[in-house]
Design a protein around this ligand. Structure first.
Ligand code: ADP
Ligand code: TRP
Length: 325
């Protein structure tokens, strides 16, 4: 039986450093480990429609995420990339799970409570978000799910649903494990809060070099003078630099901070160039892919076909187990 690693990202706007290090880097990390022989990676467009209501905007965001994924160094021989909405059995499994899980249990979801507290429209899609996500994971009997820290509770909900199904209908689902990297669990934004589109404090990976440089210059710091010693463990510039710099570069920068041998302005200049250098291969690849829409369509249709094949086999067994057949 294959060892499946699965993950998805909602298409809701341009990819920023928080998304990359929080949600994509764990996937890249696992793709270098040999024990996983299959990677299912999808664009969670069904999860987006509870907030993105304009069709053209959704299409544009979807295309962006597909390009973002393909510009990363994924091993396409082992990876199926597809759109979530192409998987026919997914909404059926969501419905089955809806009949298994209680409203009271879902009401404890942090993401739901936060969204409602922030005045977001509480449509049924928002409430049922974790159940659709559980179906995403369990439909393929995935073993491991690389995600950002904020998705931890969603994975726990998927585990609960899997256990409940297994005890109700007989052992079928593998209990999936989350894969969360501690050092990138929460990437800080320009103002030191969590980097997020909703805080307007992001650095986007594919924005222009000048715009990245200008944003880095806006990172907030204390007001220490250029030659004053500075604390590298307590600095918004360093918090981002740490994610990107090579170990020897990092220790040089840390020494300069402690010795008061660098100004914040200089540190920002180094950070901006480090960001650009780090993502240059992805930026080049994305540019090439933009000219090659046929190649992208082929990858997506092959990805959906193979994911649907696993999904169909499993949903037939599930139907049998619950008496729909
Ligand atoms: P945003 O907060 O900008 O709207 P999303 O909610 O669309 O970002 O994030 C998509 C995924 O990227 C999240 O589920 C999370 O795993 C990851 N992510 C987003 N921001 C960060 C961050 N600042 N640090 C770590 N991971 C993040
Ligand atoms: N909820 C995830 C996010 O906001 C996206 C997602 C949907 C997902 N289904 C998934 C992630 C299944 C991992 C596994 O980032």
């Amino acid at each position: 039986m294959s060892n499946i690693c699965l993950t998805g990202i909602k298409p809701t706007g341009a990819l920023h450093l928080g998304n990359y290090f929080g949600a994509m880097q764990p996937l890249l990390d696992l793709s270098k480990k040999t024990e996983f022989d299959k990677f299912l990676v999808f664009v969670a467009n069904l999860h987006s429609i509870n907030s993105v209501k304009d069709a053209n905007t959704l299409r544009a965001y979807t295309q962006d995420i597909v390009l973002d994924y393909l510009s990363m160094d994924l091993d396409l021989a082992k990876t199926n990339l597809f759109l979530q909405s192409e998987i026919r059995a997914l909404t059926e499994l969501t419905w089955i799970f809806n009949s298994l899980i209680t409203v009271a249990y879902l009401e404890r979801s942090h993401a739901y409570k936060d969204a409602v507290a922030n005045g977001k429209e509480a449509n049924m899609g928002l409430f049922d978000y974790p159940v659709l996500m559980a179906a995403d994971i369990l439909l393929y009997n995935s073993n491991i799910v690389p995600v950002g820290q904020d998705q931890k509770q969603h994975i726990e909900i998927a585990q609960t649903i899997a256990k409940k199904f297994n005890s109700q209908y007989g052992q079928f689902f593998i209990i999936p494990k989350p894969y969360i990297q501690d050092n990138t669990a929460i990437v800080k934004g320009l103002d030191g809060r969590k980097m997020s589109k909703s805080y307007n404090n992001t650095i986007e990976i594919f924005e222009s070099a000048d715009s990245i440089r200008a944003k880095v210059m806006k990172i907030t710091t204390d007001s220490k003078a250029p030659n004053e010693p500075k604390d590298p463990d307590n600095c918004n510039i360093m918090a981002i630099y740490r994610l990107l710099a090579k170990p020897e570069e990092l220790s040089i920068m840390e020494s300069k901070y402690k010795e008061g041998a660098i100004s914040y302005k200089e540190a920002k200049e180094i950070l901006a160039e480090t960001i650009l250098e780090f993502f240059q291969p992805m930026r080049n690849r994305r540019q090439e892919l933009l000219q090659n829409s046929e190649y992208i369509s082929e990858i997506l249709s092959k990805g959906a076909e193979e994911a649907n094949a696993i999904a169909e086999t499993n949903i037939q067994k599930i139907r049998q187990l619950i008496g729909l057949k």
